[in-house]
Design a protein around this ligand. Structure first.
Ligand SMILES: CCCCC/C=C\C/C=C\C/C=C\C/C=C\C/C=C\C=C\C(=O)SCCNC(=O)CCNC(=O)[C@H](O)C(C)(C)COP(=O)(O)OP(=O)(O)OC[C@H]1O[C@@H](n2cnc3c(N)ncnc32)[C@H](O)[C@@H]1OP(=O)(O)O
Ligand SMILES: Cc1cc2nc3c(=O)[nH]c(=O)nc-3n(C[C@H](O)[C@H](O)[C@H](O)COP(=O)(O)OP(=O)(O)OC[C@H]3O[C@@H](n4cnc5c(N)ncnc54)[C@H](O)[C@@H]3O)c2cc1C
Length: 670
């Protein structure tokens, strides 16, 4: 795919590609999940790359207004192409992904539609989704308020039932109850699922979802009683500024009773509150769904950054050998490899755990449909934990990739600043990462206490059932080669995670109350949660390697990457492994030695390993990450596109620069 994009010009990376020891096409299949997935992704990526409307090379130079209009244009064109080409849902989602410009459509498809699917009755779904699927209405997800985001139960917007008219009165009683942040709310959405406190018969029943029309379908003006606007510019140029995150205040706006999403609870004509026999946590179901998709987003964002840094590292040369030989490719520096290759391994690790999480989510959804709610807590813990660990690691890695590319990485034309700015908020939206890790910790503390009372844990906490062994085992690793053994790796990750969780549980039990103990221990709990989530990622990578993986050398490369992922974590978190007694200092240094050998083995395959992500130059959007490696011509060309270069002498010369220079010249002659 990328080769087609490259159009037959000189391949400055050909030498790198020639050293690959595996079948890149086979790796593309392993990455994408199936041959079919590669094929559909290729077709959609080409469709976007070849359409001038989807150009994005000057995006960071647009004003906010121009960028927003450009986003509207792209979204409308994407919809037109979707209809004209009769794209399937899978194809349409990929088309949107490769357009690569955050916009109202994301919220419409990723949150508004799933919220109605998950929380609406069949009748409500039929009515609203029919319109949403045809884009007759545009929806958003209006939960967060100016005063509360993480604490959903603290939201203040009210929905008071009025039995005399069979309506809810939607109201923002305070400034802090203003809805604040919903994407697409600012200027685009015609409808929203609004979360508000349900009040009926004088009683507050807490947060529920309601469908509200916000704007006229004739002239787009806000409906009476609704004040609405954009919340203002955000971090970075271009980036998330294409999205109209919005503010909304409601002044006693009336909506019919049947616009309360009634799958989980209902209000009768008389105003009686009736709760269905489903857990109330299903109200949070849309967040579980989106958190699961964000793990896939994280692996994609990380792989883009790594692709840019690896290709550029192979082109960029600094310093020669002392004997006056050729200059060294910066990718050959061991420090560059030890900083970059763990990200390469993490991109693959996150991709595979994301594929597994998608499976888990589908499995839980099927169980919920048959009223089996038993796996919901685990689904919540896995989605919250993986969303948190993968997005934090990704944001940090993109920032480091900028540094790995030196000065040129700081240019917008490297693609890295925008990639960072777009993905940084993933650490916050859909749940602040620390708040989510505390949810994982809560789940772990419950599991530890269940294990103590003899209950056998299942799923991702099944390892905790092996408590007798894991609390006292010592790693058998004795040589550098022993760290190649997946069972040895898994054992130390399990022992570390369990011991950290048990330590926390024991310390909490010493506190005056469970709540005080949890609060006091929260920094440790967050670390225990990270250890548990990293164990899940390592385990799923190891399990992936047990599948049939086709293609010459593909499995061998993945084994190396799996080793790098696990061993770099042991190196990075050696304090945890040492303090919990899972490994000795000597075993820690053997792990590091093994890591160095793995980096050397991956080096000749590095460019091919990022080629396997199968990104077009359009999607990558980087002068440094081009498939053909023609970096310097691209940087040079990109510079001239800057509006500052539209004139040789800059605007402002006559008013500010010329008088200054003349004045100084006059003074010097005195
Ligand atoms: C598509 C690409 C386009 C191209 C663009 C290019 C790049 C862009 C890249 C990506 C963008 C694409 C997609 C991204 C999509 C969206 C991003 C944009 C929009 C973002 C939207 C939002 O942010 S919406 C708002 C999200 N808000 C939150 O997440 C709030 C976080 N807070 C909470 O979830 C909760 O309040 C809480 C969990 C922290 C606490 O809740 P509370 O009720 O107070 O809880 P307790 O702690 O007491 O828990 C009670 C029990 O409930 C259990 N529980 C909690 N949550 C859940 C759950 N979700 N599911 C199941 N169970 C849950 C909890 O465990 C307790 O159980 P126990 O009592 O048994 O212990
Ligand atoms: C780009 C972007 C898009 C968004 N889109 C939407 C949208 O479409 N719809 C929507 O409804 N919302 C949206 N949001 C809002 C988002 O969901 C919230 O910002 C998020 O849930 C975090 O909540 P907060 O802002 O209240 O953070 P806060 O909770 O105020 O966090 C502030 C700090 O306090 C810490 N903290 C908070 N609680 C605890 C605790 N219990 N223990 C320890 N530390 C704690 C956090 O770790 C953080 O460091 C979006 C946000 C962003 C940035």
């Amino acid at each position: 795919m990328a080769a087609a994009d490259w159009g037959g010009k000189a391949d400055h990376l050909a030498g790198e590609r020639a050293t690959a020891q595996f079948d890149v096409d086979g790796m593309k299949v392993a990455w994408a999940g199936s041959r079919h997935a590669v094929e559909v992704a290729d077709r959609m990526a080409c469709l976007v790359a070849s359409d001038p409307v989807f150009r994005k090379d000057t995006r960071t130079m647009l004003s906010r207004k121009e960028l927003f209009k450009d986003t509207l244009k792209k979204a409308a064109h994407a919809w037109k192409r979707t209809v004209e080409l009769h794209l399937t849902e899978e194809e349409a989602n990929l088309l949107r992904l490769y357009i690569d410009q955050p916009g109202y459509v994301d919220l419409h498809w990723v949150m508004f539609v799933p919220a109605i699917k998950g929380q609406g009755t069949e009748e409500q779904q039929k009515k609203w989704l029919t319109m949403a699927y045809k884009f007759q209405i545009i929806g958003t997800y209006a939960q967060t308020e100016l005063g509360h985001g993480s604490n959903v139960q603290g939201l203040e917007t009210t929905a008071t039932f009025d039995p005399s008219t069979d309506e809810f009165i939607m109201h923002s009683p305070t400034l802090t109850s203003s809805k604040w942040w919903p994407g697409g709310l600012g200027k685009t959405s015609t409808h929203a699922v609004v979360y508000a406190r349900l009040i009926t018969e004088g009683k507050d029943y807490g947060i529920h979802g309601f469908i509200m029309q916000l704007r006229s379908l004739d002239d787009h003006s806000p409906l009476p009683g609704i004040t609405i606007g954009d919340i203002g510019g955000k971090f970075g140029s271009g980036a998330y500024n294409s999205m109209d995150n919005g503010v909304m205040r409601l002044d006693h706006v009336r909506i019919p009773r049947d616009q309360m999403l009634m799958r989980l609870a209902q209000v009768t004509r008389e105003g009686k509150y009736v709760h269905s026999d489903v857990p109330k946590q299903l109200l949070y179901g849309t967040m579980v769904y989106v958190r699961q998709t964000i793990v896939a987003d994280a692996s994609r964002a990380l792989s883009r950054a790594v692709c840019i840094a690896v290709r550029y590292g192979a082109i960029r040369k600094q310093f020669g050998s002392k004997a006056g030989g050729p200059e060294t490719q910066v990718l050959n520096y061991k420090t560059q490899q030890s900083r970059l290759f763990p990200f390469l391994a993490s991109a693959y690790a996150f991709r595979f755990v994301g594929q597994w999480l998608k499976w888990l989510y589908t499995d839980v959804t099927q169980k919920l449909e048959s009223k089996d709610f038993s796996t919901l807590p685990e689904a919540h813990a896995c989605t919250a934990g993986l969303k948190s660990v993968t997005t934090s690691a990704t944001a940090d890695a993109i920032e480091e990739c900028q540094k790995l590319c030196g000065g040129h990485g700081y240019l917008n034309s490297s693609g890295l600043p925008e990639l960072f700015a777009v993905n940084l908020p993933a650490c916050t939206y859909e749940g602040d990462n620390v708040v989510l890790l505390l949810q994982v910790a809560r789940f772990l503390m419950k599991t530890v206490s269940q294990v103590a009372s003899g209950k056998q844990p299942v799923g991702t906490t099944a390892y905790m059932g092996n408590i007798q062994h894991l609390m006292q085992c010592k790693s058998v690793v004795n040589t550098v080669e022993d760290w190649l053994n997946p069972a040895a790796i898994k054992e130390v990750f399990e022992a570390r995670a369990l011991r950290m969780a048990v330590n926390c549980a024991q310390n909490i039990s010493k506190a005056p109350s469970q709540e005080e103990g949890f609060s006091e221990l929260s920094p440790d709990l967050v670390e225990a949660a990270v250890a548990h989530v990293q164990l899940i990622i390592v385990t799923k990578f190891i399990e992936k390697l047990q599948e049939d993986i086709l293609g010459h050398g593909v499995k061998e490369q993945l084994q190396k990457l799996c080793g790098i992922y696990a061993l770099h974590l042991i190196h990075k978190h050696l304090g945890d492994f040492l303090s919990t007694g899972c490994v000795t200092a000597r075993q820690g240094s053997l792990a590091n030695e093994r890591l160095g050998k793995l980096y050397a083995q991956v080096r000749p395959n590095a460019v091919a390993l990022v080629d396997a992500f199968d990104y077009t130059d359009h999607y990558l959007g980087s002068a440094l990450g081009r498939y053909d490696g023609d970096v310097y011509s691209a940087l040079y060309k990109e510079a001239w596109k800057d509006p500052l270069n539209e004139t040789v002498v800059p605007d402002g010369y006559q008013e500010h620069l010329r008088p200054l220079l003349k004045q100084q010249l006059k003074l010097s002659r005195l």
